[in-house]
Ligand binder design. Sequence first.
Ligand SMILES: Cc1ncc(COP(=O)(O)O)c(C=O)c1O
Length: 432
Amino acid sequence: MSEIREQVNRTLEASRPALYAALSPLGRRMFYPADIPVQAQEARQTTYNGTIGIFTDGQGGAVPLPSMDAVLKVSGDDRNRAFLYSPVPGIAELRTRWQDWQRDGMTDPPATCLPFATAGLAHALSIIADLFGGEGRAIAIPTPFWGNYRQNFELRTGAVVHSAPAYQDGRYDPGTFAAALADLPPGEPAVAMLNFPSNPGGYSPTREERAALKRSLLEIADQRPLVTIHDDAYNELVYEDGVPKRSFFWDMVGAHEQLIPIKVDGATKEFSFFGGRVGFLTVGLDLDAKATEALESKLKSISRATIGSPVATSQVILLQALRSGRARQEVEHIRTIAAERYRAIRPALEALDPTLLRLLPFNSGFFVLLEMPEELGLDPHAVRRHLIDHYSTGIVSISPRYLRLATCSVAAEALPELVARVERGVRELAGR
Ligand SMILES: Cc1ncc(COP(=O)(O)O)c(C=O)c1O
């Protein structure tokens, strides 16, 4: 066993020293042994295949319960794919079709690894945390951020969150990662979490901010192996003209020897398929076949040891959408509704009394972030409870003084009233 691990590690080290240097102790340990899935794959064409623990019709076909079969209207190979186990890295056709989707509209996209299917984006992030997190590993996450990043990296793997404000004087700060990692000794690997459009912020950087951010990240990569995670959950949900929509991941691919960009995306928000749990992890490196196999050995072993294999049924459903030729149009329809909500809430936000609530940069995504001035001395969690109890209004409170409003789950016509109620509640508690 350890021979395979040794080979996998040596291959990665020779091919991408920065990637190897950035691996956690767990990441170094993991490899995909010649266990049941490998043996079953090798025996795939045999006449008497008694390898894997799936119940079949004796010819390799699925035997679903008729009541379930009736719900999922697929037949032939897709029926088998939906009801039998998925390959651990995902259904092959889905992986290539998702790659095409990611590159749609790009003229000369750089080479990357094939997307690796996961059980939603949170699972993709957990695989990355296992590979590159671990005790003491620095992960730079600008504040305020989605709390699950801390759960995933810090609580679960022992990595240390290094933070700096994402916004300074009401504007996005492209130097936020440099500030967060300023005290890290040179040479020590680090991870940077990039999330545009952001949660909870609802912001995507402008062209100029992206250029400055890229410069700053390349300077960090001059000093250390740097894994940049591009959490593209809200991919292309950008509502202002002139603000780039395409993922910042593509700016980073191939930009520096010491850089390991990883794109995290999927059907959850992009295809409005929240319950489907189909995510993808795409490593932005141009690896040869041997190094690809070595990297996949690690990804597969972590995924198999935690979830077994990704949900096959949901992958088949997503596959139907990608094959249909209507996916772009259908996704655009959702984006149009999201944009209408953006336009409906924007005037109400701009009219807010800034002594009570300040709007943080907002041009994209599913959320609006409001900051209560420090001098009000209000606890955001108390404000949240007050809004539920007295205004029948639900929002999310984030320490030390933020309120997050989800525009995605409220109808456009109700959004101004939501903002008005939040303002009234804050005014009341502030005694104004
Ligand atoms: C920024 C961000 N990343 C990842 C996720 C998780 O996505 P999934 O539900 O596919 O695990 C979310 C969900 O809210 C999110 O906001």
